[in-house]
Design a protein. Structure first.
Length: 115
């Protein structure tokens, strides 16, 4: 399945997140045609159209807070009805929250690299 078109505003916000997290080791890469952020080749954020998916860890306060944002949902790339465990997708309307969410996802990855 091909990646959905990337929203221009979402891509600009994604690039800002990358710029903030590059000093912490984040790198831009691609996953199934989608822009993503990774640490040591392990993905922790992914742009899907106009939504940022972030790996916050199921059951964490960060995961619950992200899901509470209007329009947020479990991250299911490709709209195939199968969500990534511990991931939340947050719409571009909350792009002002993306840097903090991505930083939380990066911190979660450092603590739980294989989960």
């Amino acid at each position: 399945m091909s990646a959905p078109p990337v929203d221009a505003a979402a891509l600009a916000a994604f690039e800002e997140v990358l710029a903030e997290l590059e000093p912490a080791g984040a790198r831009r890469a691609q996953m199934m045609g989608r822009p993503m952020l990774a640490l040591d080749r392990r993905m922790f954020a992914c742009l899907e159209g106009d939504r940022l998916g972030v790996r916050l860890g199921a059951g964490t306060a960060e995961h619950a807070a992200a899901l509470a944002l209007p329009g947020a949902d479990l991250f299911s790339p490709g709209a195939r009805g199968r969500s990534f465990h511990g991931w939340v997708e947050v719409p571009v309307e909350h792009a002002d929250r993306w840097p903090d969410l991505a930083a939380a996802a990066l911190a979660h990855l450092r603590v739980h690299p294989s989960r």
